[in-house]
Design a protein around this ligand. Sequence first.
Ligand SMILES: [Zn+2]
Length: 182
Amino acid sequence: MPTVITHAVVGLTAVKVLVPPPVRPRIWLAGILAAVLADLDSFGLYLGIPYGHPLGHRGLSHSLLFGLLLGMLLAAILLHGRPRQEQLRLGLVFSLAAMLHGTLDALTNGGLGVALFAPFDNGRIFFSVTPIEVSPIGLSGPALRRLVTVIGSEALWVWLPCGLLMLVSVLVRRLRRERGQT
Ligand SMILES: [Zn+2]
């Protein structure tokens, strides 16, 4: 998996690019939660659920369907009382952030693949290109040293594109505003 920080960056980017400002704090929070929650399944390893099990790490919780449902659930909980249409629109943004979690993991170069199409197909897959260094699950000894390499890789393959996307979205919005004023 990429580190939790990198998944959070992807969630923030989805919100920044797709939700017009001003963005309320709970919407930022939902974007982050949607992007990171799938990795709670790694605690299953400590509960005796094997990595390769359908409910194991990178299993069902990393699937596209789970991501879709998680985003909608977060919208229903955190935007409770808001108009249905707003919940649906923002729920789709959170769903995208959640679905990008498994997609990003399938671009890493280690661990087992990702059950992107669970529960219909529990097969674990990687994409044909896997440029992102896989992050260690624990944080001790060699794992900590490896983390430096991992963060460098994530900065290049995830943070940089996310930063560029955010910059473009800011520039496009500014341009639209200026055109609207003329
Ligand atoms: Zn993951």
